[in-house]
Design a protein around this ligand. Structure first.
Ligand code: CUA
Length: 308
């Protein structure tokens, strides 16, 4: 896509630069040439009259230029709007404040991994507010809107790692809503996906839980070192008693953690906003068990360092 976008941008830029120099130059030239001089009067007959050649000259070429702008932009837009039939589909989910990429087998990763030289179709949706999927190196930007699916596509000819941004202000940690695009050399994407997909089978639950904690965007809101964030810290959370806004207190046991992941608004810890997205359908019970196993390794008792 980059050559379309760059061609349109360069075209508009150089046409604009040409006219900016021409018009500014003429303004300066005329201001000097026709400046006021004492004793010099304007001509006696200032009545306006037509100059057909001049009028055609300032009407036809600009019209053709604007049509050319449209054509260059429209050609690129049509290409951008029509992914090839054989594209590889990846589901993109934006949520406050991370990206999730779901591969055809169901594996979810916080980074976008793709094979080189392959058309990739992205199906974008949001869990909460409007985000914007932006990869400057590929010149693609698409809004990620709750309640609908947007699509975009790209094909990268060069293996490497590229930065992905959220380009729509979406709240406190908007600027941290980042991810990488990893373009794998031929043959390596399949190997990466097969290897990444079966971590629940390969790792002990605590380790798999930590991986899920990192992958699914939990660190954006839940620290593991006791620092308060958008949500309560996970340090010492498991087994502690947490005050619930307007409804007494609850012990953060397996049942509470499970409920809070699937239905975060049910029992919000006092002092925090109910802003967490639900992970219903996004995390399996096996994955939630792994996260609970990880939480248990972060110390038990009351958060904030109180030991029983
Ligand atoms: Cu998501 Cu800004």
């Amino acid at each position: 896509m980059a050559h379309h976008v760059d061609a349109a941008w360069n075209f508009v830029f150089w046409v604009s630069a040409f006219f900016a120099v021409l018009i500014t130059g003429l303004i300066v030239l005329f201001a000097v040439k026709y400046r006021y001089r004492p004793g010099v009067r304007e001509k006696a007959d200032p009545a306006p009259h037509h100059h057909l050649g001049l009028e055609v000259a300032w009407t036809v070429p600009p019209t053709l230029l604007v049509v050319a702008f449209f054509w260059v932009g429209f050609r690129g837009f049509m290409d951008l709007a029509t992914p090839p039939e054989n594209a590889y589909d990846i589901q993109v989910t934006g949520q406050k404040w991370n990206w999730l990429f779901t591969y055809p087998g169901g594996y979810v990763d916080p980074d976008l991994h793709v094979p080189v030289d392959t058309p990739i179709r992205l199906i974008l949706s949001s869990q909460d507010v409007i985000h914007s999927f932006f990869v400057p190196a590929f010149r693609i930007k698409r809004d990620v809107v709750p309640g609908r699916y947007n699509k975009t596509w790209f094909q990268s000819p060069t293996p490497g790692t590229y930065q992905l941004f959220c380009a729509e202000y979406c709240g406190t940690s908007h600027s941290k809503m980042l991810a990488k695009v990893v373009v794998h050399p031929p043959g390596q994407f399949e190997r990466w996906l097969a290897d990444a997909s079966n971590f629940l089978d390969k790792m002990p639950p605590e380790q798999a839980g930590e991986k899920l904690y990192q992958q699914r965007g939990c660190p954006q809101c839940h620290s593991v070192d006791g620092k308060p964030g958008t949500g309560p810290t996970f340090k010492g959370l498991f087994g502690s008693t947490q005050p619930i806004a307007g409804a007494g207190a609850v012990v953060a046991d397996e049942n509470y953690i499970h409920e809070s992941i699937l239905n975060p608004a049910a029992k919000v810890v006092a002092g925090f906003e109910p802003v967490m997205p639900s992970f219903q359908g996004k995390l399996s019970d096996r994955e939630i068990d792994a996260i609970i196993a990880y939480l248990k390794t972060l110390g038990a008792g009351n958060a904030g360092g109180q030991k029983k």
